[in-house]
Design a protein around this ligand. Structure first.
Ligand SMILES: [Zn+2]
Ligand SMILES: [Zn+2]
Length: 474
């Protein structure tokens, strides 16, 4: 049996932690990059181009006072500002909000100075280029594209053309009332306000949403990103034939259609803890796929017993996210035919993955091995018990050296007990520090682990089986 990580030892995965890359390549950071670029552009640019900036055929009067002064309000009306923008930059108290509030302000201004009324209906609002007219359209498309998805919270990301954002900022900071709402934020507000009339139970959040909705203000394209859900649990692996996570087929390297040797699955092993736990849950939550994050892992041929190994299951693109956890546990146990068991699941978040990856906990094992030309029972027991409490020096084992840098690690054998000699076989219980290579502690890996059972007995030892009895986490 080919070895996978150390024998039940605590290991970081070899692969880059994909979730971290995913997290930092996420949507929110893309937004941030855009904001930074915009800010730099403004710094570099000679943006105050004075009387050259024309709106609706008339030069902007840069000498007008800013809102909320009546002359300032009159000025932005003359510029052709729409009712939405009028409301957000005029700095006036109104009974209504949004466009309706803007109409109140416009009517007040007309009453004060009938001359303003001749400017009539705006052609193209210089502050938003009539972006707010699209609000209803966007709202109905959001409603359409989120049908059938279960969610409670939404976060919006708005992408607007850079020059629109820059021009708006110039006009608003010069003519708008202090602390007027910027275009992007105001547009998000307008969408959310209309959307909540259709979906009164939805909450709009600034982080950790169920749905991330990206709106492109230029093309009006909307992208819906259903954020993953995370489940924490502990698994027992009762089979010596399944790896913890999916292994791509060696022959075809896991290509989508697979090959003859993997019978079209693309997998070296048809089952894994990842899929035995993840697949039933993926099906119930109508999700796309899963990622499995274990607190270390055991070899394929090593069972993991006791209270099991902690893990976080990431369920990607779930259409449902409010499942009954007791039912999820039952679905996993029912479908795994006793190969994998879980007792409990809890909802958690992405941060938990980092925490379980960092946790270093002792583990207890039972191991059985054969000794060549075995000495007297008492000699065997004494020699093996003498290793209790020692610190091992373990050079990177041969079997993992293709994946790991060669180095020497020191790991403590916390205790060895219950040594039983049965013919030429020995069985024993041991507790070791996180990251100890257990099989190597027995057979010495050709002297790469010192001391070892093989060393102290001066005999060849062959490991028959190994069980993780307990992971002393939490
Ligand atoms: Zn406008
Ligand atoms: Zn294959």
């Amino acid at each position: 049996m080919q070895g996978n990580g150390p024998d039940g030892g605590e290991q970081k995965l070899d692969e880059e932690d994909e979730w971290q890359l995913y997290a930092s390549a996420g949507y929110a950071s893309a937004e941030t990059v855009t904001e930074v670029e915009e800010a730099e552009e403004i710094d570099k640019e000679e943006w105050f181009d004075g009387d050259d900036l024309e709106v609706n055929g008339a030069p902007i009067d840069w000498d007008a006072p800013p809102c909320p002064a009546p002359l300032g309000v009159a000025h932005i009306i003359k510029m052709g500002t729409c009712d939405y923008c009028l409301h957000r930059v005029a700095g006036r108290r109104t009974k209504a909000r949004g466009a309706e509030g803007g109409r109140e302000i416009r009517e007040d201004a007309h009453a004060r100075d009938p001359g303003i009324a001749k400017f009539g209906a705006p052609e193209l609002c210089p502050l938003c280029e009539d972006l707010f007219d699209d609000t209803g359209n966007i709202v109905s498309r959001v409603i359409e594209s989120t049908k059938g998805i279960e969610y409670g919270t939404i976060q919006f990301g708005i992408h607007l053309p850079k020059d629109l954002v820059q021009d708006e900022d110039k006009i608003r900071s010069r003519h708008g009332a202090p602390a007027s709402r910027p275009l992007k934020a105001a547009f998000a507000d307008a969408i959310q306000e209309q959307l909540s009339k259709h979906m009164p139970d939805i909450e709009f959040v600034k982080e950790k949403p169920d749905l991330m909705i990206l709106v492109d203000g230029l093309t009006l394209r909307i992208d819906i990103d259903v954020r993953p859900v995370f489940l924490y649990g502990r698994y027992r692996k009762l089979s010596r034939e399944i790896p913890q996570t999916r292994w791509p087929c060696r022959a075809c390297r896991g290509r989508a259609q697979g090959c003859e040797s993997c019978q079209g699955t693309g997998l070296q092993y048809p089952d894994s803890v990842q899929d035995l736990v993840g697949e039933p849950i993926r099906a119930i939550l109508q999700a796309e796929d899963t990622s499995f994050h274990g607190m270390g892992r055991e070899d394929i041929d090593v069972r993991c017993l006791g209270s099991g190994r902690p893990f976080v299951l990431e369920v990607k693109n779930p259409q449902l996210r409010k499942a009954n956890l007791v039912e999820l546990v039952a679905a996993v146990n029912d479908s795994s035919s006793g190969r994998v068991e879980i007792d409990q699941l809890d909802w958690t978040d992405r941060k938990r993955i980092g925490r379980i990856k960092e946790t270093r906990s002792d583990k207890s094992y039972t191991i059985r091995f054969r000794v060549d030309d075995i000495p007297e029972e008492e000699t065997v027991k004494e020699a093996i018990s003498g290793l209790s409490g020692v610190v091992l020096e373990q050079n990177t084992p041969k079997r993992v050296s293709h994946r790991r840098a060669a180095k020497t690690r020191k790991r403590k054998v916390v205790s060895i007990s219950d040594v039983i000699v049965d013919g030429d076989e020995v069985q024993s219980t041991l507790r070791c520090e996180a990251g100890t290579y257990i099989k190597e502690l027995i057979h010495s890996d050709e002297g790469r682990t010192v001391p070892s059972v093989s060393g102290v007995l001066d005999r060849e030892c062959e490991v028959l089986w190994l069980d993780v009895e307990e992971i002393h986490a939490d």
